[in-house]
Design a binder for this molecule. Sequence first.
Ligand code: ADP
Ligand code: MG
Length: 910
Amino acid sequence: MASGGGNNRNGTHRNSLKGTTTTSTVSTDKPLSVNSNPSKPAFKNKSSPLTGASSGLRKSSPGSLGGGAAKDDAGVPGRVRVAVRLRPRNAEESVADADFADCVELQPELKRLKLRKNNWDTDTYEFDEVLTEFASQKRVYEVVAKPVVEGVLDGYNGTIMAYGQTGTGKTYTLGRLGEEDTANRGIMVRAMEDILAEVSPEIDSVLVSYLQLYMESLQDLLDPTNDNISIVEEPKSGDVSLPGATLVEIRDQQSFLELLRLGEAHRHAANTKLNTESSRSHALLMVHVKRTVKGREPAHSSDNGNSTSMARSLRPPLVRKGKLVVVDLAGSERIDKSGSDGHTREEAKSINLSLSALGKCINALAENSAHVPVRDSKLTRLLRDSFGGTARTSLVITVGPSPRHRGETASTIMFGQRAMKVENMLKLKEEFDYKSLARRLDIQLDKLIMEHERKQKAFEVEIERITAEAQNRISEAERNYADAVEKERLKYQKDYMESIKKLEEKWMMNLQNQGNERKMVHIAEEVAEVKKLLSKETSLRKAAEEEVDNLKSQLAQLKMSEASANSEILKLRKMVEDEVCQKEKLEGEISMLQSQLLHLSFEADETRKRLDRGGPGKVPGRLDSPVSQVRSQLKDSGNGEKASVAKLFEQVGLQKILSLLEAEDADVRIHAVKVVANLAAEETNQQKIVEAGGLKSLLMLLGSSEDETIHRVAAGAIANLAMNEKNRELIMSQGGISLLSTTASHAKDPQTLRMVAGAIGNLCGNDKLQTKLRGEGGIKALLEIVKCGHPDVLAQVARGIANFAKCESRAATQGSKTGRSLLIEDGALPWIVQNANSDASPIRRHNELALCHLAQHEVNAKDMISEGALWELVRISQDCPREDIRTLAHRTLASSPDFIAGLKRLRINY
Ligand code: ADP
Ligand code: MG
């Protein structure tokens, strides 16, 4: 029901009884208006006005159907067709109205109905079709419904509606299933038969929903729980849809009949529940027919896969969607508004609402009024397209013959007359079915994926098979190869054994042959040899005879000279005897010298012991060198001994004395080393001893001898020699440090350690050798030596350390030494600090000096502070008896930032 209404709806076509193809004639509200061409039946067949409208439709081209029905296609006018059907008298009427004539009289050939006003007056009405009480159901279908159904199959919406008083045959006309007699099948059943006969099940679809509208509530007859379905209107197209309604796809007539039965049962149950009759409700059957336009559907098989078929398969199919709505309206009779029939006033109003709204809309449309109250009821909203819309609509009004219901019959007739004036604009519902294209492409895609997967699977299986086969072949080949190798190996082994055997045989044979041959050759050779010897013998004999002659003459000559030779021999013998005599004399001299030497050594030893017993510090002179003490002692002990050593030196010669260092006799060695030590104490001898190889011999003795006395005396001698700058380098280069260290490590006598420490201590006083000395373990050796604890030894160690510190300090000042003191590196600092305040003054003094030297250099400051040297330095600067050391300590403390900071930290007020 188009609310706006078409401008031409009441124009040329408005009053046409024959549709768009016929010339318009008079058709008014006035019942007397007649068709000018009555011979042309309106609803007869395909050439009837309805069908004519269908065939005359201008179908829109597919290209113009972008998103549904073309908007610019105004459609084709198609008036609502109205047929009237008269029910035969029923049993009750036959009896009750027996004496009365029917209130209507039909003139089917003139398509007229005469309504009796009274015994003498009738009103005449013209309809599109007039169906008498004898009209068959088949005819009613063909006249009323078939053109609409055909339109639906062609893609137009269609409405078939029955209007009339309860009991006049609406349901009979529309909803009879014809189970008892197929001739009685109503419009719904027949329409579906026609639809199913036309559609192709593979490409088309028929979907059905079945609903009841009662008191403005829309119920699903296919799903009774669904009793309040809402109507959705598409604002643009004006299409109405019921998304909540059950949609059943119909494939065969039987299932449709089942559906109708089910719907009817539900309708009955619902009405019982609501305490009403079916006559009070409207039943709506909706059939959605979607058809693919033949010749436009794409090729289904794309097996050939060429581009044209591909392109075709990508073209969406063109579909036509027709919706057939069959409406079995509630009884048109007025409901008693008083509520006497069991309804309240409000209920009565509500029951009537949809039907009266329909009447109002049709009036408005018929009168071309500006406002059509479509939205007043659900029925009018649902039938929006059926009246004044795009659907082809066919209305059948049912009337009964009884004069008792004349009023109701007249009102039904007037409804039909008004409905005839309603003009619709039929529109083809044609569109591209993108959804189905997508579905189809999806299916195609699924198929391709499946096919691909299948192929992939097959491929994998094939790969597996080939791999397994290859594996088998490989292992077989490997087996074969191994077999062949083994066979070959055995064969070669056998061959080899055989050849060996053959060779052995051959060799044996050869041996035999060779034996025989050799014998023959040997004999021949022997003969030749004998011959040769024979001739040689002959010639030799000749030569010998000549020689004999020669010798005989020589002999005579010799005999003559023999006499003079004898006298010469006598002379020589005399000379030899003289020589022997001389030798004995010399040997006597040597033994005398040796005994003298022994005596002197003993004396020297005794002298040393005497000196040692004198103790440290008691002896005046140079404390630095223990051996020099010996020397001075020797000096003091009398000129006799010194003279005897010097005498010995002169008499025997240095070389001889040194050679005694290697004498086999241990006593001789001990005495010899003592003599050398004594000689070494003399500065004048030192150079001579070294030059004569004495240093080397002494060092060797340290290494080779196991006698501690030898170690002690030799170390003392080395210490003396080390006083000389040049000798220090020699001692170092000949592995002196390690020899001295080893000696110290084996020493039991503190005096031995004293000598060793003295020697190392002297070596410490050399600027150039500092690194080498430390590298060879000199400092470590000194720190080992202090473990013995003997004050003499400690004094020597302290002296050595002080020497070392002094040299290092000098080097650092000159810039030839950087970094921490090697003494600190080697861990000497704790010992120095510990012994800096020793009771033994030599130890104390040397350590104090050492600390002062170390303190000169800032790099040592941190270690010194952490080892507690700061306290000692403070003490030295205050208490040291030697003023120069005191001053040095004081100056150092005052000038070093680290010491100043350390003093501050230790809260020493300085
Ligand atoms: P409505 O649906 O309009 O209330 P029905 O279709 O139920 O009326 O009809 C009422 C009664 O009349 C039913 O018993 C039906 O069989 C009968 N009837 C209606 N129309 C005809 C007809 N054309 N021929 C024979 N019987 C009919
Ligand atoms: Mg009915």
